[in-house]
Design a protein around this ligand. Sequence first.
Ligand code: HEC
Length: 184
Amino acid sequence: MSATRDQKITHDVGDRISYTLRPVVSFKLENWEKRRAAMQDVCSSCHATGWIENFYKQYEGTVDLYNEKFAKPAKSIMEKLYASGKLTKTPFDEKIEWTYYELWHHQGRRARMGTAMMGPDYTQWHGFYEVSKTFYTEFIPEAEKLMPGVTADVMKSDYHKWTQGLTPEQIQQQIEFYKKRYNQ
Ligand code: HEC
């Protein structure tokens, strides 16, 4: 909202927002580059460029991970369930509709907003941890029960194929990755 050397004060709090985190799948708003530049101009009143760029890199990474790994796959599965008549058109009269809603509307939004607002606890523990738990232990099994095979393509993707088990080489790769990363 604040003025900077180059911008007047605004009371339109959405003016400098570049993403919408409201829908199931987040997307960038019209003129997002202009909006983001205006926000970054505010950040730069106090922070160095690298600091601001790192924030946005992390923010993009979070939204992208949420979108690609969970939101788009869950949405596509729900669409298949509706299209094949496995669910009625009435919202919230079936359990999976509640599961899906909590996945994107509660947990998925917390993960995204946690990053936007610099609250790592919300991104991880009240966000991605719960998104993953709901996705793997409720949403996927509930969808499979309604329509066997409907999650097959999603679960075969690079994001989720770990559930099918790892080869000894992949396990070794992971051990080495963590050894190097944490120097132990
Ligand atoms: C008025 C000055 C000011 C502006 C404007 C400002 N910040 Fe900050 N920012 C600070 C201060 C001071 C801290 C340290 C707060 C603390 O440690 O309690 C901080 C902390 C941070 C942190 C670290 C948070 C953490 O949990 O360690 C990040 C990241 C950050 N700012 C990014 C931004 C971004 C991105 C913008 C623009 C959208 C922005 N800041 C705008 C003053 C500002």
